[in-house]
Design a protein around this ligand. Structure first.
Ligand code: FYN
Ligand code: ADP
Length: 577
């Protein structure tokens, strides 16, 4: 028995502890955040209570870490921020999580409600709940300690159930210090049962889809990052292999089946999209990345014309179908259940797609692969994207468990098509928005969540958005090898100021910058690599040693195109100079 004081103390709990207990009760083991008013003590107590608390240098990176942790684990990634400016910094990541269907909860401290609502000028005054609402799947505020259990439970359900997304949980400063009886507090917490319930597709929907597939002469399956998220890897592999249908992986679905799989049509993308007659989308939306399912990419005459194909769409969101073009067979449900239902309907005597369709794809694919091999074999000085990525391709092949984080324009687009992935959920990139700035946040989370080595292939511009987090990599001694593809600028380093004035062109950075020096300031390994051999040696050493490493890979500043493969989205002036 302790003292009278400690007995009394053990009978009382407070907001700090109830939030921590609620998270732990629901299996949350990591918080990504940035301490400050009013959550500094919360971060200390969370660590003391056994949660892993990873502190960042900017909230956007903590938010990105939380979001991708959610994608990788099917548990909501938690990001913790201070009020107003910290909250706003985290909001980009929250909106990005919602856009990408990643489950994440942004928990932010906020200022005193009475003062905020009367706009009396509180410290970091802001109506955060109102601001978060349109950018999140759901947003909640808890005002009383006894409601913390419900608040956390609602946030978890909202983040994980149905189409996953970003959720905002507003915790005003006053809440943390509120006390209540410990026993009553414990009873008020909720362990969420079945937070992402299975959604079984209707038998009629499954039959409609199978009938369409059976009648197809040129079927195609498109796998999106929803399929990667679903963790139905064995079922998806089985569906692809039993039907014999060629498939196209979207960027973050690469590796769901090894990219070297004979049914992969990735290297014949511009052939299969317009040619396919029945296209089955599995966890992929017909958004800009798939040219909205119409136009020239799909064989349509004009840029908005339908190409004539029929679509099957497997998606957990009942509202997704018909968002861009008619979906002939929507199959609504979770991917595991939907694919299992299709497999059951396929049976053992499924007729594989016609040989001429498979042959035509193989021909295009082989041609593109041979062309790629030829380009990769070149060894120009200075290095270009291809010769550098040839090295990365080998390193990933030799280390298929490693996670590849990738952002940039050319650095993104070349990596996507050159570097094969071999395992599911190993490629993490800019996603639906093509957002820059995910690099170090994703890398930290990938290393923390998986314990596997992480390789971050970064354009020099993209790296700048989160570069300060190399300190975070070093502080937690994470096995992350950052490779900055340094071509002296955004897209390229060759633009000149047309006025002849002293400022460089808007797309140009300091020439010959030494990003490797940055990580050395924090005790990490910095390497300056000007040849593929130097790059290879440095990457091999980074993977072997598991030391935080930054390789400044010098790329020809004339290499690269404006906006990489999406040049058409970058408006140029028609006015003649
Ligand atoms: C693909 N390809 C290959 C291979 N894989 N050739 C040989 N071997 C292999 N393994 C070919 C493929 O057939 C295409 O050629 C080409 O390489 C490119 O393939 P990719 O990358 O799949 O296709 P594409 O057209 O670039 O894809 C469209 C897209 C993609 C919109 C889905 O560009 C994308 O995910 N973009 C994200 C861009 C982004 O967010 N950027 C941020 C920018 S920041 P063809 O068949 O001959 O066409 C600001 O600027
Ligand atoms: P990509 O960019 O790779 O094409 P998208 O993000 O556009 O992928 O699409 C992912 C889709 O997957 C979304 O429409 C989402 O509703 C869906 N989705 C996410 N998780 C699941 C799941 N477990 N089951 C079914 N569909 C899912």
């Amino acid at each position: 028995m302790g003292t009278v004081e400690s007995q009394i103390a053990t009978q009382v709990t407070d907001g700090f502890h109830l939030v921590i207990d609620a998270l732990k009760l629901n299996g949350i083991d990591t918080i990504f955040g940035l301490p400050g008013i009013p959550i500094t003590d919360f971060t200390r107590m969370a660590q003391a209570a056994g949660l892993r608390v990873i502190s960042f240098r900017h909230e956007q990176n903590a938010g990105n870490a939380a979001a991708i942790a959610g994608f990788m684990t099917q548990k909501p990634g938690i990001c913790l921020t201070v009020s107003a400016p910290g909250f706003l910094n985290g909001l980009t990541a929250l909106a990005n999580a919602t856009t990408n269907c990643f489950p994440m909860i942004l928990i932010s401290g906020s200022s005193e409600r009475e003062i905020v609502d009367l706009q009396q000028g509180d410290y970091e005054e802001m109506d955060q709940l109102a601001i978060a609402k349109p950018l999140s799947k759901a947003a909640f505020r808890v005002l009383h300690a006894e409601d913390i259990g419900v608040g956390v439970a609602r946030a978890i359900r909202a983040a994980l159930s149905g189409r996953p997304g970003g959720v905002y949980l507003d915790l005003p400063a006053k809440l943390f210090a509120q006390t209540m009886d410990a026993e009553a507090g414990k009873k008020s917490l909720i362990k969420v049962i079945d937070p992402a319930p299975k959604q079984i597709p209707g038998a009629d929907a499954v039959k409609r889809a199978l009938d369409l597939l059976k009648g197809a002469k040129k079927p195609l399956i498109v796998l999106g990052k929803g399929a990667a998220y679903a963790q139905a890897d064995a079922e998806i592999k089985s569906l692809i292999e039993k039907t014999g249908i060629p498939y196209l992986p979207m960027s973050m679905a690469k590796g769901l089946l090894p990219d070297t799989h004979e049914q992969s049509a990735a290297a014949a993308r511009s052939y299969v999209l317009p040619e396919g007659d029945v296209v089955m989308l599995v966890g992929a939306r017909l958004n800009w990345l798939l040219s909205h399912g119409k136009g020239k990419t799909w064989g349509g005459k004009g840029h908005k014309d339908w190409g004539g194909q029929k679509f099957i769409q497997i998606d957990i969101s009942p509202q997704e179908a018909d968002s861009n073009v008619r979906i002939d067979a929507p199959v609504v449900g979770d991917i595991g259940s939907c694919v299992s239902a299709l497999l059951a309907g396929i049976g053992s005597n499924w007729v594989k797609p016609p040989a001429d369709w498979l042959g035509a794809i193989a021909e295009r694919k082989n041609k593109n692969v041979a062309k790629m091999a030829e380009t990769l074999a070149k060894d120009p000085r200075p290095m270009n994207f291809h010769s550098a990525l040839n090295v990365v391709r080998d390193i990933v092949k030799a280390n298929p468990e490693a996670i590849l984080v990738n952002e940039g324009a050319n650095a993104l687009d070349f990596t996507r098509s050159i570097v094969d992935m071999y395992k599911p959920r190993k490629r993490l990139d800019v996603g639906t928005w093509g957002v820059m700035g995910i690099g170090m946040g994703f890398s930290v989370a990938a290393a923390v969540v998986s314990g596997q080595p992480v390789i971050a292939i970064e354009g020099d511009s993209a790296f700048g958005f989160s570069g300060m987090e190399v300190e975070t990599l070093c502080r937690y001694n994470l096995p992350v090898c950052v490779v900055v593809f340094n071509n002296n600028g955004v897209y390229r380093g060759t633009d000149v100021n047309p006025t002849g004035g002293p400022d460089v062109a808007p797309t140009v950075f300091v020439k010959g910058a030494r990003y490797d020096k940055l990580i050395e300031a924090f005790g990490g390994v910095g390497v300056h690599a000007t040849t593929p051999a130097e790059l290879r040696k440095a990457m091999e050493e980074a993977i072997r040693s598991r030391k935080p490493t930054l390789i400044n890979a010098v790329i020809d500043e004339t290499a690269g195109t404006e906006s990489g493969r999406i040049t058409s989205l970058n408006p140029t002036s028609g006015k003649k100079k």
